[in-house]
Write a protein that binds this ligand. Structure first.
Ligand SMILES: Cc1cc2nc3c(=O)[nH]c(=O)nc-3n(C[C@H](O)[C@H](O)[C@H](O)COP(=O)(O)OP(=O)(O)OC[C@H]3O[C@@H](n4cnc5c(N)ncnc54)[C@H](O)[C@@H]3O)c2cc1C
Ligand code: SF4
Length: 327
């Protein structure tokens, strides 16, 4: 690991006074950043520890939304009573991720910005367009079992690994950011970029930008939600395919359907195709399977990850079956 300067910031204004630079990184739980510094993948010259920031509350806003501070730990968010009762999909997604110890450290802001688990990205012996633009992508044509089948490009097929972000995508979250140019609110669906020819640019967050909150809009009365994750072992493992589903089921028909998928996309993948295939339709296995086919219609598997197409379809179908059981 290289040497770096370290400071602690105890208020947001102090963070915003830090000179914005790609060389400066904020450290929250550190469960992504410190790992990558040990591997020499991340090499900041300055770390600003944001743990003292007063961004640890989960509270209702006057318009009925839930406002989650960027420093709320994944465990606290998963076990919050309002989240468990009103946004069960988020609690389930969080509890399916990592381990209890990691969830006790990991934060809401850090989780949104966690980096890919692509083996080549994490090993500096290999070239990687995400680490060093123009150097090449050994995953394309290499071992790509865990890689993306949706949203990839000729330059990068890395999967976004977050479970939390998939649930938040289905919940239509908004991310609130403060930076040198002031405050802005970005719907999560616009927060992540697909890699295209610039896989090094992953999100709208630029140097010096601080995520302060995430808000979740209220769900309609009677809405149900559910998260299902498929992986190589039943705990402490990233998704090969996952599905976050939200819907109101009335008289056997589905309304307000929201679908997002994990483990398959270069970003947490909202599937409007699946939503359109389900909206106003009967909750039936045939319609669930048709929605899953629609969600994966544009899938482009690589040599070793073709199994993900059917796995993702079955995961979404099963998630919808569970969501609508006894409705
Ligand atoms: C062994 C292991 C298994 C895991 N398994 C899973 C899993 O199954 N599912 C899953 O979803 N995740 C998993 N994770 C990832 C884990 O959830 C993330 O590492 C964690 O959520 C990151 O949060 P953090 O607070 O530790 O981020 P940090 O490491 O502190 O930061 C990550 C990045 O975000 C930036 N950052 C942090 N907070 C802010 C902010 N407020 N504003 C602007 N920038 C910010 C940092 O500068 C850094 O670039 C696993 C991790 C490990 C090590
Ligand atoms: S898939 Fe993306 S992250 Fe992985 S090696 Fe290729 S460019 Fe790098």
């Amino acid at each position: 690991m290289r040497t770096f300067d370290y400071t602690r910031a105890d208020n947001v204004d102090a963070v915003l006074r830090v000179n914005p630079s790609p060389e400066t990184k904020f450290v929250a739980g550190g469960t992504t950043l410190i790992d990558l510094m040990k591997l020499n993948v991340e090499t900041p010259s300055r770390l600003v520890d944001i743990n003292p920031l007063p961004l640890t509350n989960i509270e209702k806003t006057s318009d009925g939304a839930l406002r989650i501070g960027a420093m709320v730990r994944n465990s606290d968010l998963a076990h919050d009573a309002q989240v468990q009762q009103q946004y069960a999909v988020l609690s389930q997604a969080l509890l399916s991720g990592a381990s209890p110890q990691l969830r006790n450290m990991a934060t809401t802001g850090g989780n949104l910005l966690q980096r890919t688990r692509c083996y080549y990205f994490r090993d500096t012996a290999y070239p990687c367009n995400k680490r060093k633009p123009g150097s090449g992508c050994p995953a394309i044509g290499g071992f790509n079992r865990i890689h993306a089948i949706l949203g990839g490009s000729e330059d990068c097929i890395a999967t976004n690994p977050s479970d939390m972000a998939v649930a938040m995508m289905a919940l239509e979250a908004t991310v609130h950011i403060r930076g040198a140019t002031g405050e802005r609110s970005v719907p999560l669906i616009e927060f992540y970029f697909v890699p295209g020819s610039t896989p090094n640019r992953e999100t709208v967050v630029g140097p010096g930008d601080l995520i302060t909150y995430v808000t979740l809009p209220p769900l309609p009365n009677g809405a149900r939600s559910y998260y299902l994750k498929r992986r190589d072992r039943s705990s402490y493992e990233f998704a090969l395919a996952s599905a976050a589903v939200v819907a109101v089921v009335q008289g056997g028909r589905m309304q307000h359907v929201r679908v997002a998928m994990g483990g398959v996309g270069t970003k947490p993948w909202r599937s409007k195709e699946a939503e359109q295939a389900l909206e106003g339709r009967q909750a039936s296995d045939a319609n669930f399977r048709a929605a899953a086919d629609a969600a994966l219609r544009d899938a482009k598997p690589q040599r070793y990850n073709g199994f993900k197409v059917e796995l993702a379809k079955r995961t979404l179908t099963r998630a919808l079956q569970t969501l609508t059981q006894n409705a």
